[in-house]
Write a protein that binds this ligand. Structure first.
Ligand SMILES: Cc1cc2nc3c(=O)[nH]c(=O)nc-3n(C[C@H](O)[C@H](O)[C@H](O)COP(=O)(O)OP(=O)(O)OC[C@H]3O[C@@H](n4cnc5c(N)ncnc54)[C@H](O)[C@@H]3O)c2cc1C
Length: 578
């Protein structure tokens, strides 16, 4: 079946919906989503969205931009960070005007809380910059934007899973998608395609990410020759529930929560004397692991699954109930404890992809270090790399990224589609996808993908985690290559067509394997430590050789690595202390 739209947006999280809202003002717009829109991972975002409103204390966009650059260990493109911080203020007011119910100060202004790495006056101390709706900020953003999209007559194709991008030379022509309800393949011809498929934390065993976060957009693009940028930078959030990885938002520390080791010591005093528990995430995650390795975890056995305590008991039932109600609920459900009475056992959990599909500040996908544009192809949100997060994202800057760059991309698309011709890809565009799915479901016997998934996630967790070294990363590359070979003989056990989740999961596994390979290869290549990429064999940052973005091209079984200049036009890189 062939459909025609000016604009096709893949993904209905915050980035996709904001882009759809803008693009639909001036073009016939469809949103394809493998999930029902409000089940997107944006809805799980808890803590907040940052903007230098200065509502509760003095603040400036310039300070916000600087914190973003320093937080990203100077791998951030600085003009992009300036746009992020400057447009943040209006973006938050726009969300408010569209109906988002932010928490308020007693005077009726949008309230703001502290978050890691956000500081007053270029690093003097923590500043209250995160706007929030209790600990359900992402949920509120998603609801608000979805309602606005319905009002603006955006056409939704819910439960359509995109499996391929149609490219003619360097021009996007549309996408190929499987309709979950029927198993039918659909071709969507479009003048502009935007990927907003979110993150891919599912390459790791312990993650805060939902099952659907399988990086389909970046994987599809990579197989069509588009490079992926800075894939070695994957953020581990310091506070996942021990053993499960379910996120305990940084908002707990923003409201005053304290990390403690087995002696009850506030150990962050030793690692970050100024910002303490509100240091950026890479630093806090490493500090926790260092404590655990030194036998200072709660069990004290030095095993990497030992944990520390997040102490929120002094915040009181009232603050926990009014500002952190969902988190209080998670602790009761998953741990059987009330955080008002007992500390929360936590360990770092794989959380956020700083890398992804490279774009310029209009959301246009670029295909090389010179910035060559792919006509009509856009990306926004976690699957994209602008790059405003560099080597380590600050908390609350992702929701902001979705809104600011989702909107910019949507606006640019509105202009672009007016002068672009409607492509006519034809049904043959789906032949490759049809052949691939046919092979998976041909009834031949073959292994099921489940063991491959487990093996991949354990390999990535153990060898490409918080602390890395060449031996482990090389082992990961080799293992993932083997798993990709084994994947070729995988067969779907369920050969039915309607809601064949078995088939769709196997397609997702193929995407995760490709992204694991690119992540491990990019990490092995970067011989320095910067932000979330921390190497035991190269412990220092090395600006002389490595102050550069990575571009990784996946071609069959190999990854070719190239680089791309970092924009350091505003602030000169300095040592990063907090
Ligand atoms: C638990 C948690 C808490 C967080 N808290 C915060 C916070 O407080 N503040 C903050 O700034 N950031 C936070 N983050 C990060 C932030 O929420 C995410 O980075 C962001 O929401 C990603 O949004 P997105 O629009 O890029 O993608 P998502 O919201 O993940 O949406 C992806 C969309 O793509 C669709 N999709 C994917 N693949 C396909 C396909 N093949 N075909 C069709 N559709 C597809 C999905 O259906 C979905 O609609 C948090 C993240 C997590 C996991």
């Amino acid at each position: 079946m062939i459909h025609q739209f000016d604009t096709v947006i893949v993904g209905s999280g915050g980035a996709g919906l904001y882009a759809a809202l803008e693009a639909s003002q001036r073009s016939k717009t469809a949103v394809l989503s493998k999930l029902y829109p409000i089940r997107s991972h944006t809805g799980a975002a808890q803590g907040g969205i940052s903007a230098a409103l200065g509502n509760v204390e003095e603040d400036k966009p310039e300070w916000h931009a600087f914190d973003t650059v320093k937080g990203g260990d100077y791998l951030v493109d600085q003009q992009a960070a300036a746009i992020l911080a400057e447009e943040a203020v209006q973006a938050v007011y726009d969300l408010e005007n569209r109906g988002l119910p932010f928490n308020r100060t007693p005077e009726g202004r949008i309230d703001q809380r502290r978050f890691g790495g956000h500081t007053r006056n270029f690093g003097e101390g923590p500043v209250r910059r995160a706007c929030y709706a209790a600990d359900r900020t992402g949920h509120m953003i998603l609801q608000t934007l979805y309602q606005q999209c319905i009002k603006n007559a955006v056409t939704f194709f819910d439960e359509f899973q995109v499996v391929d991008l149609i490219l003619d030379g360097s021009t996007a022509q549309g996408v190929v998608a499987v309709e979950l309800a029927t198993g039918d393949l659909h071709v969507f011809a479009a003048k502009a395609v935007l990927f907003a498929t979110g993150g891919f934390g599912r390459i790791f065993r312990i993650t805060s990410n939902a099952y659907a976060n399988t990086g389909d957009g970046p994987a599809v693009c990579a197989r069509r020759g588009i490079p992926l940028e800075d894939m070695e930078f994957f953020q581990f959030h310091p506070t996942g529930i021990m053993g499960l990885g379910i996120l305990i938002s940084e908002a707990v520390r923003g409201e005053g929560g304290i990390l403690r080791n087995r002696d009850g010591e506030r150990f962050m005093q030793r690692y970050s004397p100024t910002l303490l528990d509100l240091a950026p995430r890479d630093i806090v995650a490493r500090s926790i692991l260092t404590e655990v390795r030194a036998g200072q975890g709660i069990r004290g056995d030095r095993r990497i699954d030992d944990y520390v305590h997040l102490d929120a008991t002094h915040l009181g039932k009232e603050t926990l109930g009014s500002k952190l109600p969902d988190i209080t609920g998670f602790c009761k459900t998953y741990l059987g404890i009330d955080p008002a009475d007992a500390p929360i056992p936590v360990l770092p959990t794989a959380h956020y992809a700083m890398g992804g599909i490279p774009t310029d500040v209009q959301g246009r996908v670029i295909m090389d270090g010179a910035g060559t544009i792919v006509n009509g192809l856009y990306a926004a949100g976690e699957c994209a790399c602008v790059s405003v997060h560099g080597a380590n994202r600050l908390g609350t800057n992702s929701l902001l990224d979705l809104v600011v760059f989702g909107r910019r991309a949507g606006r640019h698309i509105g202009d672009y589609v007016r002068q672009a011709d409607m492509p006519r890809p034809g049904t043959a565009a789906a032949d490759e996808a049809r052949a691939f799915i046919g092979r998976l479901t041909d009834g031949a016997s073959g292994p099921h993908g489940g063991h491959i998934t487990d093996d991949m996630q354990t390999t990535m967790m153990e060898n490409v985690g918080i602390y890395r070294n060449a031996t482990d990363m090389q082992a990961a590359v080799d293992r993932i290559q083997e798993l990709r070979q084994r994947y070729r003989s995988v067969r779907v056990q369920d050969t039915g067509r309607p809601f064949n989740t078995d088939l769709l999961e196997i397609i997702e596994l193929g995407n995760l394997l490709d992204l694991s390979l690119v992540t491990a290869a990019s990490a092995l290549n970067r011989r320095e430590s910067r932000g979330a990429h921390s190497r035991e064999d190269f412990p220092e940052r090395d600006d002389d050789n490595w102050l550069t973005h990575t571009l990784a091209y996946l071609k069959d079984d190999s990854v070719r690595l190239d680089d791309k200049a970092v924009d350091t036009s505003v602030w000169e890189p300095k040592p990063r202390t907090y």
